[in-house]
Ligand binder design. Structure first.
Ligand code: FES
Ligand SMILES: [Fe+2]
Length: 468
């Protein structure tokens, strides 16, 4: 995990007039809006006795008061009032009293927080043109994955997993599992990867939107800010002008859990009623990835490629480009020292802040240690070895089917089923002893209809069938 990265802390719509607590890199933080409505972020740990500031209340002067003894802090982390000694300047009562505060930006409907002591050095938040384009409509979703954030990211980066996990095979090729030619362009704080293929979209709305075998161009981009992966797919086929564009933001809650946030944009069927279906359809793929990520071992974030890891030519150029970007942050001394991290519930984790850098003394809680570039233990990407398979003549007969699997793989069966909120309420309202049966029937019916989502409408249809 790295400091001096702009991470997504929340959807802006969720930061209203109450403080909002979140955890990132194992550190507890709190967001709140000041008197002007400007979002602020400070450590959630009151420096007085460690109370949770998120339980406190906001004052009209834009300060957040601790729920225990009422000390008030502003968005810069300065203590402005000690109520029991309110006639004195807090700096006279307790010289040096303060807490860590972090740079915040509200952009594209997201609250971004630069978790580190040098926001000027952090890679800037990238442009998200669809957010300001009236022709596009975006729908948001967030969920927690029980895996570290590199693992989460990797379930979506490489191209080989597309046919294997999602059933999106590259049909124009002799070997439909082989990644098509893709150009990976590294830039300062991210990369772009572009490929063309004539994959068939899976069932549902997407398959109705384009002729079979039409080629589509996919542009995948990754940015360090937000640990954001974006995919832009001309879902109606090349030249159709109909795009499905997703942004996936990953914020490490700690080294084992990740907050995954999504904005799914589209410039077709932009009626609001289509939002749910659009989110659900995109989430089918996300949940196939989630299933893979959560079962991968060992648990706990990788910090770089394994020295003896298996990396193949071409297939892994995206993965290794990603590690190259991480290497750059490590070289700047921004990687947290994993060996010194304790359990966040027992050992407070404080992310170094700009005020701490300017004035390192007088802090109640120590900041997490970062690793000096020279102390890094990870293997460098340039030192990994792999076979250049393109330079070697194939020696096996071209039997890409390699016999059919015993049980054909249907990606739909591996996607996690989702229930919409109202459908869940229906289940909860039913007598407990019949709930498992309703759930089983509904999920079976959903899959039979080619979807992984259970809606109220589906429940009602099933009920009508039974009663009538
Ligand atoms: S613990 Fe916050 S004011 Fe005492
Ligand atoms: Fe994926």
């Amino acid at each position: 995990m790295y400091t001096n990265v702009w991470y997504v802390a929340a959807f802006a719509k969720d930061l209203t007039d109450a403080p909002l607590q979140f955890r990132a890199m194992g550190a507890d933080l709190v967001l709140f809006r000041d008197a002007d409505g400007v979002a602020q972020c400070i450590s959630n740990l009151c420096p007085h006795r460690g109370a949770s500031l998120a339980q406190g209340c906001l004052y009209k002067d834009g300060t957040l008061a601790c729920p225990f003894h009422g000390y008030r802090f502003n968005g810069q982390g300065e203590c402005t009032v000690i109520p029991s000694r309110r006639d004195h300047d807090p700096q006279v009562v307790l010289p040096g009293v303060k807490t860590d505060a972090y740079a915040v930006q509200e952009k594209y409907g997201l609250i971004w927080v630069c978790l580190g002591d040098d926001p000027d050095a952090a890679a800037p938040i990238f442009d998200m043109p669809e957010a300001d384009d009236d022709e596009y409509r975006g729908a948001m979703h967030e969920e927690i994955w029980e895996a570290d954030y590199h693992t989460c990211k990797f379930t979506n980066l490489d191209l080989v997993h597309l046919p294997v996990v999602h059933g999106i095979s590259f049909k124009s090729q002799e070997n439909p599992i082989q990644p098509p030619d893709h150009k990976v362009t590294l830039f300062d704080d991210g990369y772009t990867s572009v490929h063309r293929s004539n994959t068939t979209p899976s069932a549902g709305v997407w398959s109705e939107m384009r002729e079979k075998d039409t080629f589509v161009e996919s542009t995948m981009r990754f940015w360090v800010p937000g640990f954001t992966l974006s995919g832009k797919l001309e879902i109606g086929g090349m030249g159709s002008g109909k795009f499905n564009v997703f942004y996936e933001f990953s914020t490490p809650i700690d080294e084992n859990r990740t907050m995954m946030r999504y904005i799914f944009f589209r410039n077709y069927r932009i009626e609001p009623e289509f939002d749910n279906e659009h989110v659900r359809r995109n989430l089918q793929n996300a949940h196939q990835d989630k299933r893979i990520a959560e079962a991968q071992r060992p648990i706990g974030a990788l910090t770089g490629p394994r020295p003896e890891g298996l990396y193949t030519h071409d297939e892994d150029k995206i993965t290794l480009t990603y590690w190259t970007l991480m290497e750059r942050m490590r070289d700047k001394g921004w990687q947290l020292d994993r060996a010194q991290l304790g359990d966040p519930d027992h050992t407070p984790r404080i992310i170094p802040s700009p005020a701490r850098k300017a004035s390192p003394d007088g802090w109640v809680f120590p900041a997490m240690a970062t690793l000096a570039a020279t102390a890094a233990r990870e293997v460098r990407v340039a030192d990994l070895s792999y076979v250049d398979i393109n330079a070697i003549e194939p020696t096996r007969p071209k039997d890409y089917a390699l016999s059919e699997p015993l049980v054909p793989h249907d990606p739909l069966t591996t996607a996690t089923l989702e229930w919409d909120g109202d459908a869940l309420k229906r289940i909860e309202a039913a007598p407990e002893f019949v709930q498992p049966m309703i759930i089983e029937n509904a999920e079976k019916a959903a899959r039979e209809r080619g979807t992984n989502f259970v809606t109220v409408q589906l429940l009602e249809e099933l009920q009508a069938q039974q009663t009538g």
